[in-house]
Design a protein around this ligand. Sequence first.
Ligand SMILES: Nc1nc2c(c(=O)[nH]1)N[C@H]1C(S)=C(S)[C@@H](COP(=O)(O)OP(=O)(O)OC[C@H]3O[C@@H](n4cnc5c(=O)[nH]c(N)nc54)[C@H](O)[C@@H]3O)O[C@H]1N2
Ligand SMILES: Nc1nc2c(c(=O)[nH]1)N[C@H]1C(S)=C(S)[C@@H](COP(=O)(O)OP(=O)(O)OC[C@H]3O[C@@H](n4cnc5c(=O)[nH]c(N)nc54)[C@H](O)[C@@H]3O)O[C@H]1N2
Ligand SMILES: [Mo]
Length: 789
Amino acid sequence: MSQKEHIRDYNAPAGGWGALKSVTKSWLGSENAFRNLRTMLKTNQNGGFDCPGCAWGESPENGMVNFCENGAKAVNWEATGRLVDPDFFAKYSVSELANQTDYWLEYQGRLTHPMRYNAETDRYVETSWEEAYALIAQHLNNLDSPDQAEFYTSGRASNEAAFIYQLFVRAFGTNNFPDCSNMCHEASGLGMSETIGVGKGTVVFKDLEEADAIFVIGQNPGTNHPRMLDPLREAVKRGAQVICLNPLKERGLERFQHPQHPIEMLRNGSEPTNTAYFRPALGGDMAVFRGMAKFLLNWDREARENGEPAVFDHAFINKHTTGLDAYLNAVDATSWGHIVEQSGLTIEEIEVLARMYRRADKVVMCWAMGLTQHRHSVPTIQEVVNLQLLRGNVGKPGAGLSPVRGHSNVQGDRTMGINEHPPKALLDALEKRFKFSVPREHGHNSVQAIQAMEEQRSKVFIGLGGNFAQATPDTTRTHRALRSCELTVHIATKLNRSHLVTGRDALILPCLGRTEIDMQAEGPQGVTVEDTFSMVHISYGQLKPRSPMLRSETAILAGIAKATLGNHPIDWDWAIADYSRIRDLIAETIPGFDNFNEKLKHPGGFHLGNAAANRIWNTPSGKAQFSAAALPTQLVNEGVLKKGDKPDLILQTMRSHDQYNTTLYGLDDRYRGVFGLREVVFVNEEDIRRLGFEPGEKVDLVSLWDDGRERRVSDFVLVAYDIPAGQAAAYYPETNPLVPLESYGDRTFTPTSKFIAIKIEKAKPSQTILTTATFETATPTKAEPGTAA
Ligand SMILES: Nc1nc2c(c(=O)[nH]1)N[C@H]1C(S)=C(S)[C@@H](COP(=O)(O)OP(=O)(O)OC[C@H]3O[C@@H](n4cnc5c(=O)[nH]c(N)nc54)[C@H](O)[C@@H]3O)O[C@H]1N2
Ligand SMILES: Nc1nc2c(c(=O)[nH]1)N[C@H]1C(S)=C(S)[C@@H](COP(=O)(O)OP(=O)(O)OC[C@H]3O[C@@H](n4cnc5c(=O)[nH]c(N)nc54)[C@H](O)[C@@H]3O)O[C@H]1N2
Ligand SMILES: [Mo]
């Protein structure tokens, strides 16, 4: 390790001075410091733009400037002064670029011109928008079937862009909509819609302000939803409980001071947030919740025998739910031995959890990737629902279910119909309004899209944002699958590895970011997004576009649609001239959007409504449904390991503080004490020694899925860390080569990114078989970006 790369304890609170220093670094790094400061002050304000960071929502009363350290980084990253223009592409071949790190690639700046790959020279060369559209149309119209194309969406796309996209793709004839949601909250949507009839969270910001207890499960808000720390801290201040379930002691959840409250910062200390922290086994949450239910059931029975007030909300249960008996039988049938073994907690800890839960009249349960990226994520989330139903904690103020979404408009994209298994009502509405026969068969999700490309059943890949090559599992295979395509197209703001994993033909189409002014025939346009609380609001870019050649996502999609389908089923130019026309089409076809344009005039936007929050259950029985799944017999899927193979550790892959998914803002992970490098694996010191290694040693991580493929990443530094025995944690995307494509959640197809059985081996630096040169070093090889220090 060089001087710049080091690991040390981080003792300062989350937020505070460290946060300001980190933002300042990225300001200076963006070479646009003053402009960005102005932009930042407009983020999430009426008339300003929606933060391109996470999907967290604001209190509608909150008129203040409210941005966070990581939102500031996201804005800076987009508004950078550096440009990736035709000269840049003339300088580097695609193979040369592919040898750079992911960090270096995005750091080079904003894409400025439409570019087409020339396989003979191995270079991207400038093309015109019209030629690019024509090339796409030619490829699409030459396919034997529309189902041979994949249309990916990342969750930053606006509602308007997403609506136009799905209309075009369905008119073209397929439901192949792999999206980032497939790798993210798929299990939340599925688990909730089956039980409460709606796949979205039932709470709004105000509920957090009224809750007696807030559970934060499998989520690291200090890094990934920093603005969530405000209501958590307020909750603690007014005496509510904040209860965390997370195997790692995440800094932001332990203590917090807010960088926008200078006086508190000057005191240089902050009250402990009064959180109770439990550290389950990876994938052990369902067992934890089952154990809590077992305590509640015993207490409810005792109360009945003693004539005391009930523990369950029987009035709610009788009126609103079905399936209680089967569920309680399942609870009785689950043994304590099984619960304790699988949960990783002691029975006493589970009892404390159950008592805290029972003590609160109004409970909000929040969760993120720690719950959704497992094989049994659907039953796990349904166990959260079960618990909440037992105490009537759904559909009353201050209580509810809150899957905290990731990308700023990932929820809105689904609402708009970016969905490979669309609801019938949506398809009927589209058919009625646009008069074409809408494809009815389910399309491909992200895993199925990779499989289809791998088997060359799919030949065209179009990506609306995102970084498909890096965000998806089984990197080597996924790259090969993409390379076998006839055409790959990426609509993007910044250069990333997906653009370098080219099909025979390949295009990069540079688009406006959310911070930029979107000028169309009828004037500047705003776009709408939906946050994690189902609030919809409009966002207006403030900055002059980084290049005059840039087009909006909506305009690019309309251009592709027109070239491919002509004016079918709508006049695309007419639609994009004024986005309020697109919003009228949305109002006509998507529930909750009537008077869309009118409603947007309300400062702060409007709430889409949530039936379950009003105790209307859109399930087949018309009631909320208890689910009676058994705990998995075992968490390690032994059926897929080589006979006799036992994992050394179970690995979870997660985000550092300096990244936004595959976008790396820097190489530090301040709260975890890692500086200047990313190829680290956090392991308990006793485990390190038990396995015959020393802290600081470099090792290879090998995944144990037995399908004849070797999955290995090399040269990871073993970091002795406060992490439960038997577990390991490392950063994504560097560890995605370890996640087998077939290792996904039951029914969700979400890669099991939080549960990978691995072995640790002595580093074999010469044999970087599957990791390829791109993962060899975390240190940028050419430029020295200002954000790393
Ligand atoms: N700055 C920033 N903001 C972001 C993102 C980003 O990359 N950077 N990404 C955005 C996106 S798309 C998303 S989906 C969200 C992601 O937000 P998070 O879900 O917070 O992201 P992860 O880093 O995957 O963290 C998962 C957390 O779950 C814990 N965990 C892992 N396995 C388990 C388990 O089995 N049980 C329990 N109880 N806990 C577990 C980990 O220790 C970690 O704290 O953030 C969004 N916001
Ligand atoms: N191992 C492992 N894998 C994971 C996860 C994990 O926890 N572990 N998390 C999963 C999750 S939760 C998610 S959501 C996915 C994320 O998967 P994606 O959404 O595909 O990936 P991102 O890294 O968010 O995409 C970054 C790229 O988006 C482009 N971009 C940024 N802003 C814009 C814009 O405004 N418009 C357009 N058109 N492009 C833009 C830039 O070119 C940038 O390089 O990854 C998943 N993969
Ligand atoms: Mo996500």
